[in-house]
Design a protein around this ligand. Structure first.
Ligand SMILES: *Cc1c(COP(=O)(O)O)cnc(C)c1O
Length: 360
């Protein structure tokens, strides 16, 4: 079988170029005589890889000097505990906006160590929109304010960030990091599991402002303390070396394409192609509030479970795979991360048009 257009929400498509470079270096990385998988994390070669990865990400996201970039393990889900363990220091209270099950899990985890104050939730409407919350409702004494910038399962995203003043904004950016330009200085902490827009599962990137490091609760395990990793340049213990190497190759690829602003433009074009068609379709509907639509995960339904199934099966036959919606919501979801070429989206739209004609 040829390579397919893979619409999986994660782990997801990687740029072919990245995979080919990794393949060509697989058994002998730059004359070292070994694979990156086989080399010491303390070796000169790996030191070059992790430093390049950090510097490239700093450049791509214009990360200010007073932020640390950490390569961690445990996935985004471990951050749900790490954030409160490290950031609860005064009121031990955080404000949450619940825009999906990831934010819900983060709030549940925070509630084990302090108070998770739910400002708003769109759960009653299947998380089909981002709640607008008046600033007067924010807790001025919160230790942090938590959002999920892009909601992978439901297909929504924040288009404007909450203005939280002195309260550090924490963003789970797992499914849209590097997809659009963000002002990192608006956040106290950003984290992202790699397997959507960065690389393979196994590494989680955290971007954290210096002043938020070093105040972890006493009960915090050493490995869950940002300070441990910040003081050791992410080499306190063996990091996920191969995943960091692939992340570095992806960062190089993003840079070669013109950086995040250029990628954002491509992502907007790809998403518009799909949304414009859906908006004019009499069969397919996008169940999300228009102003909150995600650029990365586009959900759609026919209204008939049977037709949904039929569409997913036909798409698979055409080499358009993993279009089933999350198991909790059903329907379809096209995850069109950075690595999805516009040709894949065009092919999907063409198939949807054909399917609509045939199933009126
Ligand atoms: C995928 C995802 C997660 C979970 O990531 P893991 O690495 O599996 O823990 C959390 N948040 C968001 C927004 C995600 O897309």
């Amino acid at each position: 079988m040829d390579r397919v257009y893979n619409f999986s929400a994660g782990p997801s498509m990687l740029p072919l170029e990245v995979l080919e470079t990794a393949a060509s270096e697989m058994t002998n990385y730059k004359g070292s005589g070994m694979s990156v998988m086989e080399m010491s994390h303390r070796s000169k070669e790996f030191d070059g890889i992790i430093k390049d990865a950090e510097n490239l990400l700093r450049e791509l996201m214009s990360i200010p000097e007073n932020y640390k970039v950490l390569f961690l393990q445990g996935g985004a889900s471990t951050q749900f505990a790490m954030v409160p363990l490290n950031l609860f220091r005064n009121s031990k209270k955080a404000d949450f906006i619940i825009t999906g099950s990831w934010a819900e899990k983060a709030a549940q985890e925070a509630a084990r160590y302090g108070t998770a104050n739910i400002l708003a939730s769109s759960k009653a409407d299947v998380f089909s929109y981002i709640p607008k919350v008046d600033k007067s409702k924010y807790s001025p004494d919160a230790d942090y304010f938590y959002i999920t910038t892009n909601n992978t399962i439901y297909g929504t995203r924040y288009t404007t960030l909450p203005e939280t003043g002195n309260v550090p904004l924490v963003g789970d950016m797992s499914s849209n990091i590097l997809s659009q330009v963000y002002d990192v200085s608006k956040f106290g902490l950003i984290f992202a599991g790699a397997q959507k827009n960065i690389g393979p599962a196994g590494v989680t990137v955290a971007i954290i402002r210096d002043d938020l490091i070093g105040h972890a609760m006493d009960i915090t395990p050493t490995m869950l303390n940002y300070k441990t990793h910040a003081e050791n340049d992410s080499l306190y213990n063996t990091p996920p070396t191969f995943a960091i190497y692939i992340a570095k190759l992806t960062f190089e690829w993003v840079k070669k394409l013109g950086g995040v602003a250029a990628i954002q433009k491509m992502n907007e074009e790809k998403a518009a192609l799909l949304y414009d068609y859906i908006d004019n379709s009499s069969l397919f509907k996008n169940p999300v509030a228009k102003e909150d639509r995600s650029l990365m995960n586009i959900t759609f339904v026919t209204g008939s479970e049977e037709l949904d199934k039929k569409f997913i099966a036909e798409a698979k036959q055409q080499g358009l795979v993993a279009l089933g919606g999350h198991r909790s919501v059903g329907g379809m979801r096209a995850s069109i991360y950075n690595a999805m070429p516009i040709e894949g989206v065009q092919k999907l739209v063409n198939l949807m048009k054909k399917f609509e004609m045939e199933n009126k």
